[in-house]
Design a protein around this ligand. Sequence first.
Ligand SMILES: C[S@@+](CC[C@H](N)C(=O)[O-])C[C@H]1O[C@@H](n2cnc3c(N)ncnc32)[C@H](O)[C@@H]1O
Length: 255
Amino acid sequence: MRLSRRIQRHIRAPSAKRLYVRDLFGRIAGRYDLTNDVMSLGQHRRWKDRAIELAAIEPGHVVLDLAAGTGDLALGAMAPAGQEGAVIAGDLTRPMMAIGRERRGGEAVRWVECDATALPFAGGSLDRVLIGYGLRNFPNLGVCLAEIYRCLKPGGKLVALDFGKPGSGPVKSLYLRYLDLSTRLVGWTLHRDVEAYAYIPESLRAYPAQAGVAELMRRVGFAWAGYADIMWGTMALNFGERPVDRVPIPAPLSR
Ligand SMILES: C[S@@+](CC[C@H](N)C(=O)[O-])C[C@H]1O[C@@H](n2cnc3c(N)ncnc32)[C@H](O)[C@@H]1O
């Protein structure tokens, strides 16, 4: 319980959360991929494939994997974007990207150190933005979603995979308890660092989850904002599109 409070204290203020998160991912980068495989029994790969499928990436697209970490989604986007496209992996934490760069195909991805609250991309320059387990970590979710919206081309899509919150009260509290215990166990076993993974349930507590994210997306202007639950809503895919600017319909010519 004391550990939960300590983490909450660190992640309450946006500027402190940014530093806390960067330090945390810097610490666990070396075993991050292994931990994902252990915690999800390899299932995260299937969910990431679903995210890429849902994004409907076309040859020639410019795709950003935001909060890319070691670049699972960026590497998965390479084939659909093709030689004529470009895949960028953006993240706050250098040690995570350093591992991604060494992976097979990693040299073809453009790795960019960036913060989701102020993206270094021109307005309307991206066809797709993919995010895997990033939203929960952002210091100010509304600001980050508005930044993503700004950088997307009209017609561009955002697809984000993250932990979700199952709907009903008892299932939700049981699930959070399970996460509390399992993440501490994994943190200790694989990293000798209980706090590193205890951060997951803490970040989830303040996170508006799938329904809240869809609502925030609508508020910043996304069209078709919605979500698809995975595993009874314990995981979810959020999606939405920057609407194509409406072209005024010309009045019919009078004869
Ligand atoms: C849980 S990892 C996800 C890595 C990868 N996308 C995946 O699905 O496995 C979260 C990543 O978000 C990055 N991150 C956290 N806050 C960020 C921010 N404000 N801007 C950019 N990246 C951020 C962290 O550095 C970390 O690499």
